[in-house]
Design a protein around this ligand. Structure first.
Ligand SMILES: Nc1nc2c(c(=O)[nH]1)N[C@H]1C(S)=C(S)[C@@H](COP(=O)(O)O)O[C@H]1N2
Ligand SMILES: [Mo]
Length: 250
């Protein structure tokens, strides 16, 4: 089995029970779902679209409960792990190698005034902050690390993003993608990260750009970011579209 297959199986094991658990938690049986929706439960795409509807409702409920001013715990620097754990949907042999010299962060679509791409030196000149916070992965491990970068709020303001839009989306060099709600994007601890443990991100940790967002689970911390966009159209995400809860607050 390749590293990639193994990583996908590991993640899927965490994702798959969500759909069943979702039904049980809402106290629904498949029969009840038929009555409620009038859709034939053997029609998997119809059932999926109802489940997606419940899931979006659940995201909205979580978003309504989110307190944009509540800070996640921070720790003394001595607690930050230096040799941080690597994780991705593939193995270490397939880590994207990005050339920092020619790198450009693209500002794709929508609700952004200035869509010109950004080089790394330009990004490094933005005001930076450090945080020592806990990263929590759905696979059942967590680790404290130190990350440094520019608060996403500062960057969004700099590019004239419409901060009343609903979502901020991210595309990555490995084909991964994810998105977050605007309130979480503007949260003070959400940072576009250049460094881990005071060193420029090693390739495995997402060089040159990673989103560090301690209010959300690990899979909503995209690495190797190549594009950012601001939109009112629900963008989904790599694992989110495979059954993980989209809001995914810690
Ligand atoms: N581009 C990209 N970003 C990603 C992933 C990925 O597969 N591709 N995996 C996510 C998951 S599930 C986790 S737990 C963290 C791991 O980050 P780390 O390697 O710095 O610990 O990256 C997240 N960001
Ligand atoms: Mo993860």
């Amino acid at each position: 089995m390749t590293d990639t297959t193994e990583a996908i199986i590991r993640h899927s094991a965490a994702a798959r029970p969500i759909e069943r658990r979702l039904l049980l938690r809402q106290g629904l049986s498949l029969g009840a779902l038929t009555l409620l929706t009038g859709c034939d439960v053997t029609d998997t795409s119809a059932v999926q679209s109802v489940l997606n509807g419940i899931s979006r409702w659940n995201d909205r409920a979580q978003a309504a409960l989110f307190n944009p001013h509540r800070l996640m715990p921070t720790y003394p620097e001595s607690r930050a792990v230096k040799d941080f754990r690597f994780n991705a949907y593939f193995g270490q042999s397939q880590i994207p190698k990005i050339d920092g010299e020619s790198f450009k962060l693209n500002l794709l679509s929508g609700l952004i005034d200035s869509r010109r791409p950004w080089t790394l030196p330009e990004l490094y000149r933005l005001p930076q902050e450090s945080q020592v916070t806990r990263h929590v992965c759905v696979e059942g491990w967590s680790m404290i690390g130190k990350w440094t970068g520019v608060p996403l709020r500062v960057f969004l303001e700099r590019i004239g993003a419409d901060t009343t839009a609903k979502y901020v989306g991210f595309d990555c060099a490995d084909g991964y993608y994810s998105s977050i709600d605007m309130a979480s994007a503007l949260h003070p601890q959400t940072i576009l990260t250049f460094k881990i443990s005071d060193d420029i991100l090693a390739p495995r940790y997402g060089y040159p750009l990673k989103l560090r967002i301690p209010t959300k689970l690990g899979f909503k911390n995209p690495k190797w970011i190549t594009a950012i966009y601001v939109t009112n159209r629900f963008p989904g995400g790599f694992w989110e579209d495979r059954g993980y809860n989209w809001f995914a607050g810690v």
